[in-house]
Design a protein around this ligand. Structure first.
Ligand SMILES: [Zn+2]
Length: 88
């Protein structure tokens, strides 16, 4: 059985030019995750929700600094990770 959630996450700057790409310009098959360096919590981000709150023209590089960890409340140096959804 194929595992649907096998997504390779990489640091955002390795996969995408996050200083140029925005929520609107990033292709749909990319998913965004956030990782908290303080407590190691990792969570998937809802792109539509981010666009709703911050505007779809938000530069990806600006997302990490706006994130707040839901587990420990850390709001500094949260890391944005980007993964590609498997395309069948
Ligand atoms: Zn945390």
């Amino acid at each position: 059985m194929k595992h649907r959630r096998s997504i390779d996450l990489v640091a955002s700057h390795e996969a995408v030019a996050t200083d140029r790409e925005t929520l609107a310009s990033l292709p749909q098959w990319y998913v965004l995750h956030a990782r908290c360096p303080a407590c190691q919590r990792q969570a998937m981000l809802d792109r539509r929700e981010l666009a709703y709150h911050y505007g779809k023209n938000l530069i990806l590089a600006r997302i990490g600094i706006r994130l707040i960890c839901k587990s420990c409340g850390n709001r500094r140096t949260n890391q944005l990770l980007i993964g590609k959804l498997p395309r069948d």
